[in-house]
Structure formats: structure tokens, C-alpha cells
Ligand binder design. Structure first.
Ligand code: SAH
Length: 393
């Protein structure tokens, strides 16, 4: 049982799922990491059942606000069933075979991420609570999805904050995991679930890649952080005149080349550049290069608000360069996946970049993560990806 300090039950009453260490008055009953505990207010009212994580600053993550509900294998089966039902109803389900099936807190399963790549599932356990329930979760996932192979990718840095070791490998089935083919809106991509970034593919950008595809016809396109070619290949599929795709990771570029070859597209129109985008965009500017559509989807510069200042500098730098590379009438699709930089801050950074670049520009669309990455209304931290489509005058 965890008893909270006076007044610290407020966030629970708003149904926020996290209890920070500073809110804890006392812990009784000697719970172990991952055990289910009751959360009580200072006056003794039982408010929720949660997973205990003694090493994390997030000391407890709520499983349920229904204090009579058992947290057992059936509980996880039910939550996963609900998460799957949400995805089955999404329009994107008809246009591909890759989707985020479980999006952690926003699906009522704190710390659990599950992505589906065709008939392979990739699962990440990022908190002590879900770690405790790994086996029943694997059983439920295998049974409810019918996928024969499950790869565990519990190698994210955040596990250290929970006192958990990294773990990766097949936990169900076994197969060649380094190139799992998927289809997204008629395009072929290979997903390296073992070595790729995150779980192998950035599913959150699925719908935004379609936006870029729809805008690309006849344009010269620059994709600044191309990973395995997501935006670049969509731009080509949308009829881009030329595509320059920059990426600093050589293995990602190798997959990008394979992905290009896996589609019936005019491959020679794409130039892959193995470089640091910050310096390569400067090089392009110095050469007097220009583009009609620039996509910037950089990595997470600021995981938390504490890193927001440095992140802001990096975002401003790259957006300023991109705006300078745009011809008049050109478009910039610019993204931030940093939890520590919210939509308002991101917009002001891009505004600052336009000011310093000496260009007039306006926002004509706003983007967010695809619908298989829901944001629970009581968990605004779940909102991390934001994008702007900016038209240069
Ligand atoms: N838009 C991609 C995902 C991009 S993820 C898609 O749709 O799939 C961000 C990418 O930026 C990663 O592949 C990472 O390797 C790359 N990256 C990180 N720092 C970089 C840098 N300084 N220059 C170029 N690429 C970089």
C-alpha cells in the first residue's frame, strides 16, 4: 500500500496515471518492483490500484481506478482486446499491415508498446509493472492477434530509470527478423525489428507521409532525416521530380536503398546522402541549391522539458536552413517528436527561424501522430509528435 502526502491525491482524482516519488508519504507491506499496490490518500481513501516501481521517479503507474478490479492475466487480456478493437476500426487498417497496437498509458497499459509488422509483433516493456506481467501479456498478444512471432525490443534507455536490464530477442516463434516486409498505402518497406530504431519503423508518421505524397507532384524534394526512406519514397510515389534524402546512419540508409528498390518507382530520381543534416543543409545552401518541398523529421532532441533550450536551438537551426533552401511558393513539412517541446513552443521556434531567414511564411496545415497512437485526455504527456506545413511566400 502506498499512502500519499496530503493534497497529493489531486492528480489521481483527475485520473492522471502517474505518482511521483515526492508525493509518497509512506509505503507499507514491503512491495517488490512491479507488484500491484493500492494508492491511498492521506485520509485513507483507496483511490486506485497501481504498479510499484521503487527505483523510478515515477514511483507508481495506475492500472485501474476501479479499486475492486483484480489486476491479473484476465485484466491484461481485456485491456489488449480493447486496444486491438480501436485499431481494427481505423481507416488505416484497410491500407496496410503495420500498426501500433498498444500505446502504453493511452491504452491503459503504462509502459507497454506493441507494434505489428505484418505477422510479427514487436513488444517493448518500459516499466516495472508491465515487466512483471510479460508472460501473460505475450500469451494474450499471441492469442488475440494470431501472430506467430513476437520479438521483444526492451532495450530503450528509459528501462534503466526503472532498474530494468535491457532485453531483446524472440519470445514467441522464430524467424529472420532483420528485414520484415510491410505494406503501407500500397508501398513496400522492410522493417529491421532487431537493429532498426525504436521498434523498427516510425508508424506515428504514417498519415503524414501520405500528406507529403499528396503534395510532392512535380516538386524537387529534400528529406533531411530520411531514416529508411519513409517520406522520400512517398514523395517519389507522389510524382516528385527529384528527391534528395539525407541520413546520418549508414545501416538506415542501406535499408532505405532496399526500400526504394522494393517499389516500382523511378529510383534514379532519388539521391541518398550519408551525412549530418545540419552540415549538409549548410553545404546545399552554400552551393545555391533550392527545393520546392522540404521535410524535416529529426530525432527527439528533447525527451523532457529540461532539454528544451538546447533542443530549441537545434530545431531553429535546421528550420532556418530549410526555409532558406525553399524557393518562393515552396513548402516545409517540419516535425518535432520531443515530448519536452510542446506545440506552442515548436511553432514559436519555427516562427523565429522564418524571421531570421528573412522569409515570409504561413502555416497551412498542422500534423500529429497517427490515430493508432492515441492520446488519453487525462494523460497529455502522451502527445509528443507535432508538425507544421509551412508555405513560404
Ligand atoms: N522520417 C522518417 C523517420 C526519421 S527518424 C520516417 O518516416 O521513417 C530520424 C532520423 O534522423 C533517424 O534515422 C536518425 O538516424 C537520423 N538522424 C539523427 N541525427 C541526424 C543528423 N544529425 N543528420 C542526419 N540524420 C540524422
Amino acid at each position: 500500500m502506498i499512502q500519499l502526502k496530503r493534497g497529493r491525491e489531486k492528480s489521481l482524482k483527475r485520473r492522471h496515471p502517474w505518482i511521483f516519488s515526492g508525493a509518497v508519504e509512506k509505503v507499507s507491506g514491503k512491495p517488490q518492483s512491479g507488484d500491484t499496490v493500492e494508492l491511498r490518500s492521506a485520509s485513507g481513501e483507496v483511490l486506485a490500484r497501481a504498479a510499484y516501481s521503487p527505483q523510478s521517479q515515477i514511483r507508481a503507474r495506475v492500472w485501474t481506478f476501479d479499486t475492486a478490479q483484480e489486476v491479473d492475466a484476465a485484466f491484461f487480456r481485456q485491456r489488449i482486446t480493447q486496444a486491438l478493437a480501436l485499431r481494427e476500426g481505423l481507416p488505416a487498417a484497410k491500407h496496410g499491415n503495420a500498426m501500433r497496437l498498444v500505446h502504453a498509458e493511452s491504452d491503459g497499459l503504462p509502459g507497454l508498446v506493441v507494434d505489428r509488422y505484418a505477422d510479427v509483433l514487436v513488444a517493448q516493456f518500459l516499466a516495472a509493472g508491465v515487466e512483471r506481467w510479460r508472460e501473460p501479456i505475450f500469451d494474450a498478444l499471441a492469442e488475440l492477434t494470431g501472430c506467430s512471432a513476437i520479438y521483444e525490443r526492451s532495450d530503450a534507455e528509459t528501462r534503466k530509470l526503472e532498474g530494468l536490464e535491457a532485453r531483446a530477442g524472440f519470445v514467441r516463434g522464430n524467424r529472420e527478423a532483420s528485414r520484415c516486409p510491410i505494406i503501407e498505402y500500397g508501398l513496400n518497406f522492410k522493417v529491421d525489428v532487431e537493429q532498426g530504431q525504436k521498434t523498427g519503423f516510425f508508424l506515428d508518421q504514417r498519415e503524414n507521409r501520405q500528406q507529403v505524397r499528396a503534395l510532392a507532384a512535380g516538386r524537387e524534394v529534400l528529406d533531411g532525416f530520411c531514416y529508411t526512406g519513409g517520406f522520400a519514397i512517398n514523395a517519389l510515389a507522389g510524382g516528385a521530380a527529384r528527391v534528395t534524402a539525407v541520413e546520418s546512419s549508414a545501416p538506415s540508409l542501406e535499408v532505405a536503398r532496399e526500400n526504394l528498390a522494393a517499389n516500382a518507382l523511378d529510383g534514379p530520381k532519388v539521391e541518398f546522402v550519408h551525412a549530418d543534416a545540419f552540415s549538409h543543409l549548410r553545404t546545399l545552401r552554400d552551393r545555391g541549391a533550392h527545393f520546392d518541398l522540404v521535410v524535416l523529421d529529426p530525432p527527439k532532441f528533447a525527451p523532457t522539458a529540461a532539454q528544451a533550450r538546447n533542443a530549441a536551438r537545434a530545431y531553429k537551426d535546421i528550420n532556418l536552413l530549410a526555409l532558406k533552401l525553399l524557393r518562393p511558393g515552396g513548402l516545409l513539412a517540419t516535425f518535432s517528436c520531443s515530448g519536452g517541446v510542446d506545440a506552442a513552443l515548436f511553432q514559436s521556434i519555427v516562427a523565429g527561424a522564418a524571421l531570421d531567414a528573412g522569409v515570409e511564411a504561413k502555416i497551412i496545415e498542422r500534423y500529429s501522430a497517427a490515430a493508432d497512437h492515441p492520446v488519453a485526455l487525462q494523460f497529455p504527456e502522451g502527445e509528443y509528435l507535432k508538425g507544421l506545413l509551412v508555405l513560404r511566400a
